[in-house]
Design a protein around this ligand. Structure first.
Ligand code: PLP
Length: 286
């Protein structure tokens, strides 16, 4: 049985979902997206994801095609059409179909697309082993805070990691840590969590916020500030966060062990807190 997707007002089998070649998402990458994890069929931090969607739409000057209540209804409807309990909801909005011209078209209806796939979070074994990463220069544009569908730079950077047999890339711009190709990156040094500030150089991750909240609740000292490349290379621990990876230790960087080469004690505390937090939120939603 095929997965059900949503396209411009109708639910249909994913492989039947078609958009015209002149869709500006296809031609220019002119669109924004969100990825929302759902645990036991409950979307996690949905208001925050919808707020970020609105922020992305505002940044690219595209009107939101739906009110939040309608987004929520459609997302729940999509989740209900899939068999698995834990899902990853992908949604994107593009500037629609128009004759190819860089300037915005007048009167084009936005294209709205959603699909759901099984949410695959790291296995217990992956959590115990941690991830490997390589470093690279961040050559993306200067609006990495907008969740745009034009992800070619991120794809090229992730492929650099894949070519080196690594899971993720850790990026530096002008000698300072930014993030990964599809994750935020944190360092731990002297028992303090170091987080790059949310500015135009990084995506404001929903999981990033959860991790900072959990660090505060576990009394872990936190510094949100620019982090120099050598601080990353000398860090006791490195973590990556995203909606699908949750919080995962980076245990090898450029082929060398990070700290002891095993997920560190602060990672264990935060990972545990994250799992507990998820359970509490889902119990409340049930
Ligand atoms: C570039 C980038 N940074 C950070 C993140 C993490 O964001 P979130 O925690 O909202 O999934 C992502 C998620 O895909 C991303 O693509």
């Amino acid at each position: 049985m095929s997965d059900i997707a949503y396209l411009n007002g109708e639910f249909l089998p994913l492989e039947q979902a078609r958009v015209p070649a002149l869709d500006r998402g296809f031609i220019f990458g002119d669109g924004v997206y969100e990825v929302i994890p759902a645990y036991s069929r409950h979307p996690f931090r949905l208001p925050e994801h919808l707020r970020r969607l609105q922020r992305s739409l505002d940044a690219i000057r595209l009107a939101n095609p739906m009110a939040d209540a309608e987004w929520a209804r459609l997302i729940h409807d999509l989740i209900g059409r899939h068999a698995v309990e834990d899902q990853s909801i992908y949604l994107q909005v593009t500037r629609g179909v128009a004759k190819r011209d860089h300037a915005f078209p007048k009167g084009a209806a936005p294209t709205v697309f959603m699909m759901s796939s099984p949410l695959v979070t790291p296995s217990r074994e992956q959590v115990e082993r941690g991830a490997s990463a390589v470093t690279a220069v961040d050559f993306r544009w200067l609006r990495c805070d907008i969740k745009v569908t034009s992800l070619l730079a991120n794809c090229l950077l992730r492929q650099q990691a894949a070519d080196a047999g690594a899971d993720e890339v850790v990026l530096f711009r002008d000698g300072q840590l930014t993030e990964g190709s599809s994750s935020n990156v944190f360092a731990v040094a002297k028992d303090t969590l170091l987080a790059p500030p949310k500015n135009h150089l990084v995506l404001p991750g929903i999981t990033y916020d959860v991790v900072l909240e959990l660090a505060a609740s576990t009394k872990m000292p936190v510094e949100v500030r620019a982090i120099a490349e050598d601080e990353v290379r000398r860090a006791d621990e490195l973590w990556l966060t995203s909606s699908s990876k949750e919080v995962l230790a980076i245990t090898r960087l450029d082929g060398r062990p990070v700290g002891t080469g095993k997920p560190g004690k602060w990672f264990r505390t935060l990972h545990h807190a994250f799992q507990e937090f998820k359970r509490t939120v889902m119990r409340r939603a049930a």
